[in-house]
Structure formats: structure tokens, C-alpha cells
Design a protein around this ligand. Structure first.
Ligand SMILES: NC(=O)c1ccc[n+]([C@@H]2O[C@H](COP(=O)([O-])OP(=O)(O)OC[C@H]3O[C@@H](n4cnc5c(N)ncnc54)[C@H](OP(=O)(O)O)[C@@H]3O)[C@@H](O)[C@H]2O)c1
Length: 259
């Protein structure tokens, strides 16, 4: 099957392209880096020629409210129009668990707009809502840092490995369209503050984590269960602490460290 991965050079996209090729599919990594731009439309018609499935794992270069909304709306409209013209039979998009509970954020308003455009289109589709990637935990910690302190609410989070996200996307992209949404998540729940402590300890980062029920998560208020998926979520296999041990072992040594 020819499967075009829009955002195929990104964190999830590059893993997905590799998995699809390993399973014998013709997977095309499409992104500005490979001459395909879903916002301007550049290269889309050529890339989609003969494709059965399009997977959208793009992300906006800017998370500013107006910019991110414009990105996901324009990109999704362009993709769906080109898919209709090329006879693509399945549009798969990666979204986020709890999007409708996080609308204080412009980023999540943009993801909801993306989902709504897909649902309203004539292309058969599957929306995959994932929990936060293990790889994103550092960004959560950094966005909650002031000086040497990281202030996070003790809300629940059920993060998953980008590898498991890509595996689920590959499975869903090569099956029949769901014409609905499915949730995917990690195998374990943590409290956000506890997760941050694990991340920092493994990286020998001296920042102190303060549990604060009024603290915000990436700039917005979150209720205790806002980030966790429902009981029907498909769960990944990788455990956060195993992944953390592995990724800190693999981290290149700073040139200033003694060898
Ligand atoms: N972070 C999380 O924890 C999390 C959780 C659930 C869902 N998600 C969703 O997962 C998706 C993918 O995330 P990611 O971390 O894999 O993203 P990423 O690593 O930032 O990659 C983004 C990709 O989008 C491409 N892109 C940017 N502008 C484009 C354009 N105009 N046309 C075509 N492609 C464009 C980039 O191409 P270049 O390399 O050429 O710039 C890159 O391949 C996002 O939609 C995000 O909402 C994230």
C-alpha cells in the first residue's frame, strides 16, 4: 500500500515511516524538508498520487494561539481537498487525549478544529488520540520551571513511548477506517509532580519539584483526570522508568565530562 506520512520527518513520523516500510508498505515521508508543505500545498498533489492512505502527524512550528489554529485549519483543509482529488480512502490523524477538556489552551482549540474538519469531510478517517509522549515530559518540566523550582499539580498522567505511538498509528493506518476516534495511552498512571521528579532524578538535574494543586500544566489549569484516557484506550507496552534508564544511558556525554 502507498501510505503518505505528512510530518514524516518528525518524532512520530520518522518512526512510523520506518515501521510501515518494515511491513512492506510504500511509505512516503512528506514534510517541508522533503518538498511537501501541507500549509502552502507545495508538492502535495505529486506526493498523494496513487496513495491509499494519508497519515497526518504534523505539528505547528508556532504554538501561539492564532498561528497554531491557522496551521492546523489550513493544513487539514489542504490535505482533505487533495485527498478527495487523488481518491485517497483513509485519512488518519494524531490528536491528544482529553483535547475537549484542555480548551483553555490555543493549541488544544486548534487540535479540536483539526478533528472537526476531519469529521465533517467526505474522506473515511481514523482519529488517534494519544496521551503525552515520554519524550515530551522534559518540555512539561521546563515549561513549569521558575529558577530552580518546578511547580506542577498532582494531576494524573498516563504517558506513552513515541515508539508505541508509532506502532499504534501503523496498525490503525493499515486497517479499515474507524470513522471515529480511538484513544491510546501508556501502561501506567503517574502524578505529574511524581513524573517530573523521576525525570529530573534520572538526568541528575538538581531542580526541585513542588506539588501545587493550583500550578498549571503547560500554562493551563487541569483537573485531576483531564489528561488520562478512558477505560477503552489501547495501551502501549513501554514503561516510563525503563525508557528513562535507557535514554539516559544513551545520552551523549558532554565534552566537558571526564571519560
Ligand atoms: N507531544 C506529545 O506528547 C503529544 C501527545 C499526543 C499527540 N501529539 C501530537 O502528535 C503530533 C506529532 O508530534 P511530533 O512530536 O511527532 O511532532 P514533531 O516532531 O514536531 O514533527 C512535526 C512534523 O511536522 C512537519 N511539518 C511542520 N510544518 C509542516 C508543513 N507546513 N507541512 C508538512 N509538514 C510539516 C515537520 O516537518 P519538518 O521536519 O520538515 O519541519 C515534522 O515532520 C502533533 O500533532 C501533536 O499534536 C503530541
Amino acid at each position: 500500500m502507498k501510505i503518505v506520512v505528512i510530518g514524516g520527518t518528525g518524532l512520530i513520523g520518522s518512526k512510523l515511516v520506518k515501521k510501515l516500510r518494515e511491513h512492506g508498505h510504500e511509505a512516503v515521508a512528506a514534510s517541508p524538508n522533503t518538498g511537501v508543505n501541507s500549509v502552502t500545498g507545495e508538492g502535495l498533489a505529486d506526493a498523494l498520487k496513487g496513495a491509499s492512505v494519508v497519515v497526518d502527524v504534523t505539528n505547528s512550528p508556532s504554538w501561539e494561539d492564532a498561528a497554531v489554529l491557522k496551521f492546523f485549519e489550513t493544513s487539514t483543509r489542504n490535505l482533505l481537498a487533495h485527498e478527495a482529488a487523488s481518491g485517497v480512502g483513509h485519512h488518519v490523524a494524531l490528536s491528544v487525549v482529553g483535547t475537549e477538556r484542555l480548551l483553555e489552551s490555543g493549541f488544544f482549540r486548534a487540535k479540536l478544529a483539526q478533528e472537526n474538519l476531519i469529521k465533517a469531510s467526505s474522506i473515511p478517517y481514523s482519529i488517534v488520540r494519544a496521551t503525552q509522549f515520554f519524550e515530551f515530559v522534559k518540555q512539561i518540566v521546563d515549561s513549569s520551571t521558575v529558577g530552580n523550582q518546578v511547580r506542577l499539580p498532582p494531576a494524573l498522567i498516563q504517558p506513552m513511548a513515541a515508539d508505541d505511538v508509532a506502532g499504534a498509528m501503523a496498525r490503525i493506518a493499515t486497517n479499515s477506517p474507524l470513522n471515529g476516534a480511538v484513544e491510546i495511552g501508556g501502561p501506567e498512571q503517574f502524578r505529574l509532580d511524581e513524573l517530573a521528579r523521576l525525570e529530573l532524578a534520572a538526568r541528575q538535574d538538581p531542580r526541585e519539584v513542588i506539588s501545587d494543586p493550583r500550578a498549571r500544566y503547560v500554562g493551563i489549569a487541569v483537573s485531576e483526570r483531564a489528561l488520562v484516557p478512558g477505560g477503552n484506550a489501547q495501551l502501549g507496552e513501554a514503561h516510563f522508568e525503563d525508557w528513562l534508564n535507557q535514554s539516559t544511558r544513551q545520552a551523549p556525554k558532554s565534552p566537558l565530562q571526564p571519560t
